[in-house]
Ligand binder design. Structure first.
Ligand code: PRX
Length: 655
């Protein structure tokens, strides 16, 4: 089993048509319907989005201008007033959905909770008032460092309700990584929990927050709100730390949603790029609300009776857009699960599907490959007949995993919705609409209506069918990021200057390589920059290198992705040592642990190779291409003649 290569997917010719019964009931029923929508959106994107915004969302005040585009800065629904928490909660309360399950949650130890829209609304209002009582006002940033509990969604919605941008930091990040992100966002308050349950263990979230805040580590943070989850011992600093349940119990359940400007910031979410410092991706309220709402509605052909389950963590964009905001804005029932498959419970996902009668299931290729390896017996022993649609996201899915997902999980009946998108795009960009677009294993198929995607060369010229190139978007869309927090210049350089503007039109550079086949289907091949994807988690190689060189033993480090059967890629680090240190297994372990402490367990190198020197050009640039080849045990690709010292490669190979 391997990741797709140009050669392997070029040979992939299978086509799977939408099942007729599904197509008949779908919102977009045929290729002709899709094409008509796509053409309409392309002809007049502003009119297309404005019509949907009017029809699908509640506005306190309508916008004056649909789009203000000062490349590369976009504003959507300028002058419009709304609140995403109102759209996710209040507006459903006057309908039958008032008593519909908004969130169904199951904890790792098997405890569970269901919150109807009315109940969720009540808790969100109480917590919003609790935040106000701690001095949080419109515009103040709030950090979240939470396990997968309903309180994570409640906290996000409470922040949105009072206009305080949230910045969620995945609970698997270390105290150091948390500290960097809280400082960059200048968060005023942190919401966390005493701990969380993960893979049969508890994780110490509050202790990590304490470590991040130690010695005035984040001067902007004044208060910490702590959810009681595991009941493990935690220290509570008087005056600074408060129990969530105590403040919630005192708080009023009356908290009208703040009337927010469409372009006010909804959240900042940090993601890895090509430099050592993660970027704070900024999303604003109006465009993001509309975009996550529409993409979920059409790509997962959402029905009011559906039980919809996305297995992501709220710490990532997938959790933001497709566990919380997209589903709740649509009035759907969103399932949240704290557990992850683990040796002690390899069938836990399928137990959830059976127990709750899940209709739409959305996960990542790395999970699918793990299940495939465990064998068919585990899913086959459960009743998965409720499933109607299956989704995948995060990295290219290899056709073998796609076929297994289709047959073994979907019983050959469920279209596979392969959604290509990014933290930056807010929502799905290239995805099948399952009643309309026939699927091909390994292809995310066609752009969503309103998304002008293309594959171009480095000068911006479209490449021919089946030729590889760079994936770009040629027109702004409502869900796009607005900037890098505090760094407009980095936003411009990273996304808008790699490909020169075409006839004065700026194009968004996604950082992915892709090709388009003769049917106009997109095949995303993976990143073209120094970003790697480990189990679908996005990591910057420079970030890991910075972590390594901050260890006193390390002189220089170069990190590359090595192909991995299950994870897609694994972290492979080449390290040269200071003269004062010599290679040993203990040092390798210490360096791995150091990366875990600096970033988090998701970045732990699978392998560290000590080297006397790294391959460099005469101008001193590390030649990563060779390191990638060496890490994956492949022949070296390319010309070594520009290298300063040719013997370096031989030594590395032996190493
Ligand atoms: O390389 C692409 C890959 O994930 C990157 C975005 O990562 P992140 O911002 O963490 O968001 C992940 C969840 C949206 C992309 O640049 N990627 C995402 N979805 C796919 C994918 N690669 C291939 N196929 C996909 N469906």
């Amino acid at each position: 089993m391997s990741q797709p290569t140009i050669e392997s997917v070029l040979q992939e010719k299978r086509l799977f048509y939408p099942p007729q019964t599904l197509a008949q009931k779908a919102q977009v029923k045929s290729m002709a319907d899709y094409q008509a929508l796509y053409d309409k959106a392309t002809a007049d994107p502003q009119a297309f989005w404005a019509e949907l915004a009017e029809q699908e969302l509640h506005w306190f005040k309508k916008w004056d201008q649909v789009l203000d585009w000062q490349p590369p800065f976009a504003k959507w629904f300028v002058g419009g007033k709304l609140n995403i928490s109102y759209n996710c909660l209040d507006r459903h309360l006057t309908t039958w959905r008032r008593h519909k399950a908004a969130l169904i949650w199951e904890g790792e130890p098997g405890d569970s909770r269901t919150l109807t829209y009315a109940q969720l609304h009540r808790e969100v209002c109480q917590v919003a008032n609790a935040l106000k009582s701690l001095g949080i006002k419109k515009g103040d940033r709030v950090g979240l460092y939470m396990p997968m509990v309903p309180e994570a969604a409640i906290a996000m919605l409470a922040c949105a309700r009072i206009g305080a941008p949230h910045t969620v930091v995945f609970g698997g990040f270390s105290a150091e990584a948390l500290k960097d992100r809280l400082n960059d966002a200048e968060a005023k308050l942190v919401i966390t929990a005493d701990g969380g349950f993960r893979k049969d263990k508890t994780i110490a979230l509050k202790a990590a927050v304490d470590a991040a805040l130690e010695d005035n580590g984040v001067p902007s943070v004044k208060n910490v709100l702590v959810v009681q989850r595991t009941k493990q011992d935690v220290s509570m600093e008087a005056g600074r730390d408060h129990w969530w349940h105590e403040l919630q119990a005192e708080a009023s359940a009356d908290c009208p949603a703040e009337e927010m400007d469409a372009e006010d910031v909804l959240f900042i979410l940090y993601t890895s790029g090509t430099t050592g410092k993660p970027k704070g991706v900024v999303h604003t309220i109006g465009g993001y609300n509309l975009y996550t709402h529409m993409t979920l509605k059409w790509a997962f052909d959402l029905k009011d009776t559906d039980i919809y389950w996305c297995t992501a963590d709220v710490g990532w964009i997938t959790g933001h857009s497709y566990i919380v905001y997209g589903p709740l804005s649509n009035g759907a029932t969103s399932l949240m699960y704290e557990g992850v498959p683990r040796p002690s419970n390899p069938g836990c996902f399928w137990d959830m599907v059976e127990k709750y009668g899940v209709n739409i299931f959305y996960t990542a290729p790395t999970a699918i490959r793990t299940f495939l390896k465990m064998g068919d017996e585990i899913p086959k022993a459960r009743d998965l007949s409720s499933l109607r649609l299956l989704g995948t996201v995060g990295e290219p899915i290899n056709p073998e995993a796609w076929m297994w997902y289709h047959h073994v999980i979907g019983g050959g009946e469920c279209p596979i919705v392969d959604t290509w998108w990014q933290t930056e795009t807010g929502g799905f960009m290239i995805t099948p609409l399952p009643g309309a677009i026939p699927t091909k294993p390994g292809s995310a198929t066609k752009p969503f209506p309103g998304i002008l995607a293309d594959v171009v060369d480095i000068d911006g010229n479209p490449v021919g069918a089946n030729e590889g190139g760079y994936l770009v978007i040629k027109h702004p869309w409502p869900g796009m990021m607005r900037t890098v927090y505090g760094d407009d210049d980095r936003f411009r350089r990273t996304y808008w200057e790699h490909i020169p503007p075409q006839n004065g039109q700026y194009v968004y550079f996604a950082g992915d390589g892709a090709r388009k086949d003769e049917d106009g289907y997109f095949w995303v091949m993976g990143r073209v920059d120094d970003v790697i994807s480990v189990s679908g988690h996005r990591l910057g190689t420079m970030e890991i290198e910075s972590a390594l060189v901050s260890h006193p033993a390390v002189a220089e480090a170069a990190v590359v992705g090595r192909k991995d059967e299950i994870k897609g890629e694994d972290v492979f680090a080449f390290v040269t040592l200071e003269d004062t240190h010599s290679p040993s297994d203990e040092l390798k372990q210490a360096l791995k642990q150091h990366v875990v402490a600096e970033i988090g367990a998701i970045a732990r190198p699978g392998e560290i190779r000590f080297a006397e020197a790294l391959p460099k050009t005469r101008s001193g640039k590390i030649i990563r291409r060779f390191l990638r080849n060496l890490a994956s045990g492949e022949d070296l690709v390319g010309d070594a003649s520009t290298m300063e010292d040719q013997s370096v490669l031989d030594k590395l190979r032996e190493g």
